[in-house]
Design a protein around this ligand. Sequence first.
Ligand SMILES: NC(=O)c1ccc[n+]([C@@H]2O[C@H](COP(=O)([O-])OP(=O)(O)OC[C@H]3O[C@@H](n4cnc5c(N)ncnc54)[C@H](O)[C@@H]3O)[C@@H](O)[C@H]2O)c1
Length: 364
Amino acid sequence: MTTSTFLQPSETALLPFVSVENMMRLVNTTGAAVFMGELAQYIEDDFKRWPEFDKTPRVASHSRDGVIELMPTADAENYGFKYVNGHPKNQREGYQTVTAFGVLSSVANGYPILLTEMTVLTALRTAATSALVGKYLAPKNAEVMAMIGNGAQCEFQAVAFREMCGINRLRLFDIDPAATRKAARNLAAQGFEIVTCASGEEATEGAQVITTCTADKQNATVLTDNMVGAGVHINAIGGDCPGKTELHRDILMRSKIFVEYPEQTRIEGEIQQLTADHPVTELWQVMTGAAAGRQDDRQITLFDSVGFAIEDFSALRFVYSNVRNGAFCEKLDMLADPDDPRDLFGMLERAKSAPPAGIENMAV
Ligand SMILES: NC(=O)c1ccc[n+]([C@@H]2O[C@H](COP(=O)([O-])OP(=O)(O)OC[C@H]3O[C@@H](n4cnc5c(N)ncnc54)[C@H](O)[C@@H]3O)[C@@H](O)[C@H]2O)c1
């Protein structure tokens, strides 16, 4: 090791890090719609090889106001996890309800290969998953989507559904009119046809797809049975924790229910309201053709979305494929990497005589 490279880690020790700023630059090179379309392809590919993954319900730490969760999964090549919180009260205090970051690692040597923001990425992957599922389950030629809950996730959902399901007409409702005004402004700028509504009932009138995307730490009833007509597809996003649901139980009894990973959804999803043996269909099986999706025009289909680790794994893989050549990332000195792998202590000792950080660069 020469003096000028003193304390300089090797290339494997430098971890690509995607900041929020770089994530936004990456997404904006193609635009969110194309980004989510491409990401959905990664998600679909991973759902189609579902048995290859290590799977577990996410590890959740609940508190009075919210939850902090770790979401791990792995295939033979990579391990990934996301750290994510959900605090419905946050937005009233000027914070995000959901924030996240994640790591992708090499299974071969356990070294992380990517660290990335995932707050923006979670909104993109959630919407990409919803629209991908919509492609399989929504009635053909659906034109109108009701959107109940117009917070941070709302516009992403709308843009993804237009990209993948061709829906351009939206009916918006939120208990906070300021949220609806914000979403209407953003979505009008994207060329959507928008009706703002004074109630959930009004929003669902004439809609073939209903997205519920509210945040409330209770068993809420955002949708009642009378609001859901025959043939509708429900994309239920916001019921994703024990004691945090959006749909009246009667709707569940009338619907064909589709889930990501039953072991997690039975704890967290709308179906926590049902008995543990209530039949559900796993989406990966619909995507591989092993199970039927929508069976007729009058069937009510329900995507009981809670968000599963494999969707984040797909998102991490997709981002990694975009930054591995060095674009849209910084290199973080994250992994201690002595020349002799067993001489970690020696590296620490030698650091005492190293010039202060930055000096070696100045000398060059
Ligand atoms: N399923 C998933 O994969 C997934 C992923 C991300 C977020 N989420 C969940 O989606 C929900 C929305 O997240 P966000 O980041 O947009 O939250 P947010 O706080 O930014 O927005 C939520 C909106 O819901 C509105 N709202 C609350 N109760 C309502 C009601 N009864 N009727 C109508 N509107 C109501 C609020 O006024 C707010 O504008 C959260 O519950 C979050 O946990 C799920």
